[in-house]
Design a protein around this ligand. Structure first.
Ligand code: NAD
Length: 356
């Protein structure tokens, strides 16, 4: 990419994921992109991001950012219930978009985003960071090589403490009246762990199994006092080829609980197992037995994943490289997570694809 004009980017939503991952990735890619503007309803967040990362302007209203005529793309890091309106507005302004996961809060919203981008001829990439995380890429590459044969079972377990959300001292609740409570726990902003967190799992299950899901059964619970939406979910997904994915995801464990993640992918001819924390081994096994453990970095918030993700998007803008994750794939993960919410509310399995 040497010698090219730097792409000009605007950031919408300067909160936790922006400060912890997107802004540092932009800094690492400063030979290729230039952060020129930041918008956040909490204007002090926008001002801080602009000051610390060298943007020339900041705004309290993202429409003002989109009204600039010098942006090549925007990076949307707001909560998911805002993604549809913000992606539509960016597309209408003719600006490419990279947008945090989950793509949207509903399948209808995801469809609106796809329609808006297609109509405008703008790129839309949903930032499913785990698709760019070394461990998952290794698993996917092993599956593609045929190391474990056809995948029959994907099992995940992800447990995270609520403290993860306020380590930056930005507060994730600053724009809600309920100070001291994360938007992730409030029903008017979030559907809980099924979408906010388990959308990673539903995306990875689809990616690893590689065929369409046919049904999902889920149970969800509120374990945190005062939370309005479930912070704990378990589900089982059936896929068209008979493969199964199951997961347990919890996102509001007591502060200090060590972040934990475990994934197993079991194929007809072998299996892969990966666990956090950092020192955990990646074990693989085939018909000859267990292979030597290889240490992989921890799963989440691996800085390099966000750099890789943004680099891929930059290549798509510059050179027309295919997007590494298509909007329809991200829509598929939203559909599964929304179906999980529905199943947990009705107590019944939900057939896929969703018809309404
Ligand atoms: N890839 C990952 O692993 C990962 C990790 C964490 C969060 N996320 C996703 O990133 C998104 C943001 O999560 P977060 O934890 O950073 O949330 P956050 O609440 O910390 O930050 C969101 C920011 O958006 C701002 N905002 C709210 N309404 C706005 C508006 N109308 N216009 C402009 N800015 C507005 C808020 O003021 C805040 O600064 C969510 O969709 C979340 O699921 C992804």
């Amino acid at each position: 990419m040497a010698g090219e004009r730097r792409l000009r980017v605007g950031l919408i939503g300067a909160g936790t994921i922006a400060f912890s991952a997107h802004l540092p990735a932009m800094r690492k890619l400063r030979d290729h992109i230039e952060l020129v503007a930041v918008a956040d309803v909490r204007i002090e967040n926008a001002e801080r991001a602009a000051r610390e990362y060298g943007a020339e302007s900041h705004y309290g209203d993202y429409h003002e950012l989109l009204a600039r005529e010098d942006l090549d793309f925007v990076d949307i890091c707001t909560p998911e219930f805002l993604h549809a309106e913000q992606v539509e507005a960016a597309a209408a302004a003719g600006i490419h978009v990279i947008c945090e996961k989950p793509m949207a809060a509903s399948v209808d919203e995801a469809d609106r985003m796809i329609r808006a981008s297609e109509a405008a001829g703008t790129l839309l990439m949903i930032a499913h960071s785990r698709r760019f995380t070394g461990r998952y890429r290794n698993i996917r590459a092993a599956i593609e090589r045929g190391d474990i044969g056809e995948v029959r079972y994907v099992r995940e377990n992800e447990r995270r403490p609520r403290a993860m959300y306020d380590g930056l001292n930005l507060g994730t609740n600053y724009w809600t009246p309920e100070r001291g409570r994360s938007w992730l726990t409030l029903a008017r902003f979030s559907q809980g762990a099924a979408l906010a967190n388990a959308v990673h799992e539903t995306d990875l299950a689809r990616w690893f199994i590689g065929v369409e899901p046919t049904s999902i059964y889920a149970e969800a619970r509120i374990t945190e006092d005062g939370a309005e939406v479930p912070d704990m979910i378990t589900y089982t997904i059936s896929f068209a080829n008979g493969a199964v994915a199951a997961a347990e995801v919890v996102n509001q464990l007591p502060r200090g609980y060590p972040y934990f993640h475990m994934m197993e992918v079991i194929g007809r001819e072998g299996r892969i197992r990966a666990t956090d924390p950092i020192q955990s081994p990646y074990l693989s096994a085939d018909v000859t037995g267990i292979q030597q453990p290889v240490n992989f970095p921890a799963l989440l918030h691996v800085d390099q994943a966000y750099v890789e993700e943004l680099s891929a998007f930059i290549r798509s803008i510059r050179f027309g490289d295919p997007l590494p994750i298509q909007p329809r794939e991200a829509r598929g993960a939203v559909e599964l997570s929304v179906a999980a919410v529905r199943s947990s509310q009705t107590g019944q399995p939900v057939a896929l694809p969703l018809t309404s």
